[in-house]
Design a protein around this ligand. Structure first.
Ligand SMILES: NC(=O)c1ccc[n+]([C@@H]2O[C@H](COP(=O)([O-])OP(=O)(O)OC[C@H]3O[C@@H](n4cnc5c(N)ncnc54)[C@H](OP(=O)(O)O)[C@@H]3O)[C@@H](O)[C@H]2O)c1
Length: 249
């Protein structure tokens, strides 16, 4: 039996890896042996802390707005300059401003769609010329796309994630020619700043109560599934939405 870790020799870029689910993914893929690019938007101290946790010989932090095509281009170029290749792209960075139809502004809509939809598409476009057959792309949706109920203020956010699910479906066909697998992870409520922000204890308890398991998920529970989807065991899985939600939907 080989003592090599499952992702030894692989290079992974995780957007939004300074906090939340992205951070848990960076730590999981690093523990499986991959070298990591920890992308972040503004929180340099948090990103450097993730690099420190992994070990600076195995990770680098790169600041870039993952919703801007020019910054995405620089992010991919810097990744290739530093590590010489890219095997795993995890487009995890996302934002979730919540407003009902009458209150959504053009600026808010553009911010959501730039990061949540335009970013992942152009990340994939700029990354794939550097990715060998067998490489993996993971996009991020939400379980709310499949839940039977959703509150009206999720309008723009869930619309952006619906776009990601269609992007996954079609991109997986396109990139099959290159042997690159594209899958989508759709978490249920998960204990991160994005989800907790602005919610009272009472609301959090109520949301936990909607789940058949009676709790919200942990970032590590999402990262474990990403670990599977970028590993050897999922070489025949592409174009799929994987809902990770404790049975909520
Ligand atoms: N948490 C949930 O319940 C839940 C449920 C379903 C789906 N999701 C999806 O899971 C993904 C991760 O969510 P999360 O809960 O981990 O979010 P989070 O805790 O708010 O973390 C967001 C991360 O994204 C980074 N980021 C924000 N804007 C960025 C930009 N313009 N460019 C690059 N990075 C940027 C942040 O960097 P800085 O630290 O520098 O600000 C941070 O690392 C998102 O796509 C989200 O929609 C989450």
């Amino acid at each position: 039996m080989s003592s090599l870790k499952p992702l030894s020799g692989k290079v992974a870029l995780v957007t939004g890896a300074s906090r939340g689910i992205g951070k848990a993914i960076a730590l999981k893929l690093a523990s499986d042996g991959a070298k990591i690019v920890v992308n972040y938007a503004g929180n340099a101290a948090a990103a450097e802390e993730v690099v420190k946790q992994i070990g600076s010989e195995h990770a680098i932090a790169i600041k870039a707005n993952a919703g801007s095509v020019s910054e995405i281009t620089t992010l991919i170029d810097s990744t290739i300059q530093h590590y010489g290749k890219l095997d795993i792209l995890v487009a995890c960075a996302g934002i979730m401003p919540l407003n009902e139809l009458e209150k959504v502004t053009e600026e808010e809509f553009d911010n959501i769609f730039n990061l949540n939809v335009k970013g992942p598409m152009f990340l994939a476009q700029k990354a794939t010329p550097h990715m060998a057959p067998g490489s993996r792309i993971i996009l991020f949706s939400t379980t709310l796309c499949a839940a039977s109920t959703v509150t009206p203020n999720y309008l723009a956010y869930v619309s952006s994630k619906g776009a990601i699910e269609q992007m996954t479906r079609v991109m997986s066909k396109d990139l099959a020619r290159k042997g690159i697998m594209v899958n989508c992870v759709a978490p249920g409520p998960t204990g991160t700043e994005l989800f907790m922000h602005g919610k009272s204890e009472q609301v959090l308890k109520m949301i936990a109560g909607f789940n058949p398991q009676g709790r919200i998920g942990r970032p590590e529970e999402i990262a474990g599934v990403v670990g599977f989807l970028v590993g050897e065991g999922s070489s025949w899985v592409t174009g799929q939405m994987v809902r990770v939600n404790g049975g909520m939907a």
